[in-house]
Design a protein around this ligand. Sequence first.
Ligand code: NDP
Length: 274
Amino acid sequence: MAAEAHALQGRTAVVTGASSGIGAAIAERFAAEGAHVFLAGRTRARMEETAKRIRERGGQATVVALDVRDVRQVQELVEQAVHDTGRLDIMVNNAGLSHPQSIVDGEPEQWREMLEVNVLALLAGCQAAIRAMRRGSSPGHLVNVSSIAGASEARGVYGATKAAVDSIATQLRKELEEDPIRVVNVRPGAVATSFGRHYDPALVQGVAKSMGIEAQVEPGAHWPDALVQELERKVQPQFLSADDVARAVLFAVTQPPHVNVFDVVVRPQKALSI
Ligand code: NDP
């Protein structure tokens, strides 16, 4: 249907963590629906590749390389989107990471990184977006990417950051009841992305091998696209694709302002047991 094909025509969307995984998939989905997307993350080259694909399909994309741990850069990102397009309709706070070590064995600097990226940057993104949306006249959506880990037992400091994200969404929903701004808290289960890039490479390679996949991964680096695609193909009942999550997010942000699709839990068919 033509109307559905361009559900976000004329809208502006900012997506953090858009250099891979769920963020890149959301950016591509939104752009395919007509939005001008601002892709933000540290790895410019990967975002440029996504932006190129978007433009080749007739979409609009702007790449902003930044580190969301610097909240000023998050605020400037939102301001740039408003300056360039005259509006902000959707803010997706998706950048996030997990250092999986136990609290007993973990490193405080890794806790700091998780707290700054998963929580502080998200708060700054929400605040900057709300202020920008209130200056405009159209309804808006804040999309915060949490995780089922926030409501699961014993998911380490990562789980604690996602519990904070869940709590922030509940608070913001209350604060924004009188505004045409809806809060969407997305809680995915296992998704085939580079998310495990801070896990022990030997563990990743062992798990991949048990699934019949040869994985070459460097600690902290984005996983090769071919590995992510192979994961998607071979282990589908236990992993969602990033686009599976993106489609759910698209549904939530295309509802009218009086409809709040607030808690979006998207899980694969089967639980992942490692
Ligand atoms: P990826 O590792 O593929 O993506 C994470 C994104 O966050 C990257 O684009 C990365 O970009 C960005 N990022 C990390 N640190 C920073 C930083 N300091 N500044 C700017 N950008 C940063 O993993 P996912 O796509 O899976 O993760 C996206 C979100 O989904 C996260 O919030 C994660 O917690 C959540 N999630 C993921 C699940 C999964 O199973 N994959 C399940 C549940 C939730 P770059 O490194 O280029 O800066």
